[in-house]
Design a protein around this ligand. Sequence first.
Ligand SMILES: C[S@@+](CC[C@H](N)C(=O)[O-])C[C@H]1O[C@@H](n2cnc3c(N)ncnc32)[C@H](O)[C@@H]1O
Length: 244
Amino acid sequence: MNVTGIEQGSYFVGRLSSVLGGRDLLPYLGELHASALPRRFEELVADEPAFETKRFGSVWQLRLYRIWVYCLVRALEPRVFVETGVLHGMTSAFVLEALERNGGDGRLISVDLPSYAETGPANVDGYQGTLPPGREPGWIVPDELRDRWELRLGPSLDVLPGLLEREGEIDVFLHDSDHTYETMTGEFELAWPRLRAGGALIADDSTDNAAFADLCARVGREPLLFPNPNEQPHDRLGAGLVLK
Ligand SMILES: C[S@@+](CC[C@H](N)C(=O)[O-])C[C@H]1O[C@@H](n2cnc3c(N)ncnc32)[C@H](O)[C@@H]1O
């Protein structure tokens, strides 16, 4: 993230603070800045040719989105966080790091239909990302963060009904699997009724189609939309957050 990115990051963490009732999120930014996570990523990708050109000198190079998700997890202290779409597991690692810092019994449950290098992208929305050859979803999640993690493999719309039934109530839902209107709306319709009052629903690529806007209109909630400063064009809106 460049200087503009850091400025935008601070601005949007400030906006996140106001939707969370004025919670001071700066200490979380400070601890993340000092965290060992980027160094751990460097170690874990060291023998991975597909990541040869990637450098993780600081958390600021790892997307604003993951930084504010980290702050949200620290502030809300979720007991159950459900995400769809894992790929390498970068965002999962940020969530798990925040749950670890929270120190309670918080868990992350992730659902991924794998995009193996050998079989190609599972996404039907045009996203072409795949795992490096021979790697499993979440391969970049450090071992020391895996105790609070459950990974379920399969299409989100097949896995979520039983999973959400088992959990009963969840605190955070994050969508980042297949960004088609059908998958996004299907996931939101399953997850929203299971969210506790005050819980958070996050959608990455929330403006790719009308699914997230339609959800917000249906439930009568104003979303907070975040830009993707690392992506082109710089002012493109990316992730969205809505509180229940
Ligand atoms: C954009 S990547 C996720 C990136 C990850 N959330 C991050 O920020 O590091 C999308 C992931 O969703 C998976 N996926 C695609 N279609 C899916 C589906 N129908 N159900 C669950 N996962 C799916 C892909 O295999 C891929 O791993």
